[in-house]
Write a protein that binds this ligand. Structure first.
Ligand SMILES: *Cc1c(COP(=O)(O)O)cnc(C)c1O
Length: 462
């Protein structure tokens, strides 16, 4: 490949959406009204929205055009068959079960495979994935490599399964109690960290030896493919499309939230190889999501999704610019000495709140407090990924105490410019200089499940 000067975007801007500037006083009021929870802010009060890269991508002209040709037939929609073809071509799975988003696929998968008392090993947890495993009566066990829990480790594949840990879980519980393993690509909660192809292959082999299914959470498999191309021996000259197909070849199926890699604002799917399993999934689908040829999506959604799936691998420049922009922001922060999770991950920059606010113990919610302080300073909205997100142990009622206490600044795809990234870095550096002034928070409302979405807090008086 020809060497180019930078990661600059392989597109130009055709439509713009104005955003509102606010004053510090307005933002102080807004965050108090939102109970110091960035999920409860109104987006109108946000300048640069890095809450999530989920469903916030800018669609291309081809995707917008595809909406117009969506087939809204209740059964047998043409757009469904276009989606089936795209998923088979790009991911390599024959059986497609369309859902309204990733958690719809996780729900169906968990219900068809998990019996009460089962154990599901995975590489770090994801909030909705673990919820559905537990909701079906299973228990999630983390078997990610130790490096994933160390924000300063520069290990290139922090998303890897630790095969000794996996073997120990199999020895302890027996393969019959493990309906599948849940292998997440580019592990979200670890900071967008990839697994290596060698690890995917070895994990799949171990699963086959024990007759355990390997299901990918392939939501961020595209970004994982990019890291394999950049970091793993033997892949530098392989295309992203080829690498993605190989990743999926080491699995029996996948759940995907299409709101990430796939460049649409809503959608998702469960993809499988086995027709019997897919039939069981479709039987539940018709009860919980919709008929098997639309699941939770409209015809136009499926049309835009099929186009997005092809587009994301049509040139390697797309993912290169996507990850390049994230790394650009990360490098600005590293140069300024801000503690961040390293290496910089695929979809965002993760601030190490524990290192930034050593004066706050974890039960004073340092990442939640830092997220609120960042919003007040510059109108930048991030998300807590620490003790609040980790929730409580259902048996003991205690908080889970995750090793990582992070503020995630997720970068939407194709939405913000390099100048926006400069503004974000300036604001973080300012807040970091004044970090001694940031105090702890306490709950005023704590939901039982997935508490981070709707929880409310107040500052602890000093
Ligand atoms: C976003 C996400 C999900 C859940 O998908 P939704 O579309 O939000 O329901 C699952 N796994 C990973 C890795 C994700 O990033």
């Amino acid at each position: 490949m020809e060497k180019r000067r930078s990661w600059a975007e392989p597109f130009r801007i055709k439509v713009v959406e104005p955003i509102r500037m606010t004053t510090a006083e307005e933002r102080e009021r807004a965050i108090a009204e939102a109970g110091y929870n960035s999920f409860l802010l109104r987006s109108e009060d946000v300048y640069i929205d890095l809450l999530t890269d989920s469903g916030t991508s800018a669609m291309s002209d081809h995707q917008w055009a595809a909406l117009m040709v969506g087939d809204e037939a209740y059964a047998g929609s043409r757009s469904f068959y276009r989606l089936v073809e795209a998923v088979e071509e790009v991911y390599g799975y024959q059986e497609l079960v369309p859902t309204h988003q990733g958690r719809g696929a996780e729900h169906i998968l968990s219900q068809i495979l998990i019996e009460p008392g089962d154990v599901i090993p995975g590489n770090m947890y994801f909030t909705t994935t673990r919820f559905h495993q537990e909701y079906a009566g299973g228990r999630f066990v983390d078997v990610i490599v130790d490096e994933a829990h160390d924000p300063s480790s520069l290990y290139p594949f922090k998303g890897n399964f630790d095969l000794d840990k996996l073997q120990a879980v199999i020895d302890e519980h027996g393969a019959a109690r493990i309906p599948y393993i849940s292998f997440e690509t580019n592990v979200n909660m670890a900071g967008g960290q990839p697994a290596s192809m060698a690890n995917l292959r070895a994990t799949y082999e171990l699963c086959r030896q024990h007759d355990i299914l390997m299901i990918l959470d392939a939501t961020r498999a595209l970004e994982n493919a990019y890291y394999i191309q950049q970091r793993e021996e033997g892949y530098a000259d392989r295309s992203i499309a080829e690498i993605l197909r190989e990743i999926c070849s080491y699995s029996d199926g996948a759940t995907v939230s299409s709101k990430k890699d796939n460049l649409v604002n809503i959608g998702g799917f469960l993809a499988l190889r086995d027709l019997d399993l897919a039939t069981r999934a479709r039987n539940l689908l018709v009860a919980f999501e919709g008929l098997q040829t639309y699941g939770g999506m409209s015809g136009r959604d499926m049309e835009a999704l099929a186009t997005g799936i092809r587009e994301m691998v049509s040139t390697d420049d797309h993912v290169r610019a996507r990850v390049g922009q994230v790394e650009y922001l990360g490098d600005l922060l590293i140069e300024a000495g801000i503690p961040v999770v390293r290496p910089i991950g695929g979809h965002g920059v993760f601030l190490d709140a524990r290192a930034i606010l050593p004066h706050l113990t974890q039960d004073l919610f340092p990442a939640q407090a830092l997220t609120a302080a960042l919003y007040v300073d510059g109108g930048v909205r991030g998300m807590e990924r620490g003790i609040v997100s980790a929730g409580r142990d259902h048996e003991t009622g205690e908080h889970h105490y995750p090793k990582l206490e992070l503020v995630r600044l997720a970068i939407p795809r194709r939405v913000y410019t390099q100048a926006h990234m400069d503004v974000v870095a300036e604001s973080i550096i300012t807040v970091h200089e004044q970090r001694d002034r940031i105090g702890g928070l306490r709950f005023t409302y704590e939901p039982d499940e997935l508490r981070f979405f709707q929880a409310r807090f107040e500052p602890i008086p000093t």
